[in-house]
Ligand binder design. Structure first.
Ligand SMILES: NC(=O)c1ccc[n+]([C@@H]2O[C@H](COP(=O)([O-])OP(=O)(O)OC[C@H]3O[C@@H](n4cnc5c(N)ncnc54)[C@H](OP(=O)(O)O)[C@@H]3O)[C@@H](O)[C@H]2O)c1
Length: 198
């Protein structure tokens, strides 16, 4: 679902189901030659988004904590910002797209780093600063991921070809699903947590 989420935000919507909190359907935008900032870049959705944006020819600025720098540069990130040392909004300007996988009340700070006409994609519902976004000419858009067979087939091919890869944070036997949830609850994962079914 994380890969499908990144895909449906950035490449093609997986459904035509209206979002009750947004009048228009989400529309991904072409990324070739664009500057995109991905917040929460080391997480499940984020690490796929970095790879997809690179695959599409974007310049990628990845935001995560220190321990993920080499990982994200290895996935193709052109710039890395350690949010524990530097606030992205203090050092970045003129971005075309922001994908924020973290969300919450801090998403509005990304309005100031976007170009007029840029796109802010919060990977959650409930963005609360629509007035400021309109004043700055920024399009804020979100969606809810939906399963989509043809897209999964396409993504399966990209994984098989090695164009995209899944980072595994940790693996637990199915019988230790509780511990897997405990690991997830600690946060700061790198990629996905896997359950092994033998
Ligand atoms: N709209 C949809 O359909 C949809 C679908 C899937 C998921 N979601 C939502 O998307 C969000 C992300 O999901 P996920 O699976 O990618 O989560 P995740 O795997 O838990 O990733 C979260 C990442 O956020 C990073 N992070 C934590 N604090 C941060 C900060 N202050 N600044 C920047 N990065 C920070 C963590 O890395 P560090 O170690 O660097 O802190 C971690 O790698 C969740 O809220 C989920 O509910 C929405």
């Amino acid at each position: 679902m994380s890969l499908l989420t990144a895909w449906q935000f950035l490449i093609e919507l997986g459904h035509e189901v209206a979002n009750p909190l947004q009048p228009e359907l989400h529309r991904p935008v072409p990324l070739n030659g664009k500057r995109i900032l991905i917040n929460g870049a080391a997480g499940g959705v984020g690490h796929f988004a970095v790879q997809i944006a690179k695959m599409e020819g974007a310049y990628v600025i990845a935001v995560a904590s220190t321990k993920h720098e080499a990982f994200l540069r290895g996935l193709g990130a052109d710039e890395f910002i350690d949010y524990k040392k530097t606030a992205p909004e203090d050092v970045v300007r003129d971005v075309d797209v922001v994908l924020d996988t973290l969300g919450g009340p801090t998403t509005s700070r990304f309005l100031q780093i976007l170009k007029r006409g840029g796109h802010l994609f919060p990977v959650f519902l409930g963005f609360s600063d629509a007035e400021e976004a309109a004043k700055r000419g920024i399009i804020v858009s979100t969606t809810q991921v939906r399963s989509n067979g043809p897209q999964l087939a396409k993504l399966g091919n990209l994984l098989e070809a090695g164009t995209l890869r899944v980072a595994i944070d940790s693996t637990f036997p199915l019988a230790e699903a509780k511990q897997a949830h405990e690991r997830a609850a600690l946060g700061h994962t790198q990629g996905k947590i896997a359950l092994a079914v033998l």
